[in-house]
Design a protein around this ligand. Sequence first.
Ligand code: MG
Length: 159
Amino acid sequence: MITEKLQKAINDQITAELWSSNLYLQMSYFLEKEGWDGFAHWMMKQSEEEKDHANELAHYLIKRGGEAKVDKVDVVPSGWGSVLEVFEHVYKHECYVSELIDSLVDVAASEKDKASQDFLWGFVREQVEEEATAAGIVEKLKKAGDNGLLFLDGQLAQR
Ligand code: MG
């Protein structure tokens, strides 16, 4: 059985994951409207992945005898100046999510819940990948000229 405090913290993270999913969905729509079908496709997958994270947390809570809650999700920002700006935002946001996950591990530790700590380490590892992936795309976008941007759009369409 999971403690009340940890359940609340995990439910807050579910809300944060759904917010991330909506942020990336908004970014995907923006990129699609700008004619970047590949970047839009990549971002749509990213949005779906965040929803999967929320579901993973919910399934875990239920498995531990807790209750998963779909709470109110705040409005996400919209409108970016460039593709680079969008992906810089993704990188910044993933760094923020990493902090949230770290705090969640701290709650699990303070509640002396070993199973939850073990479960959450998977999310800690996932964030290492998320940050590196976003940073890698930002790096490539900075190097790319107008033609390079078109090439990258084609590459990210492969996701
Ligand atoms: Mg996530």
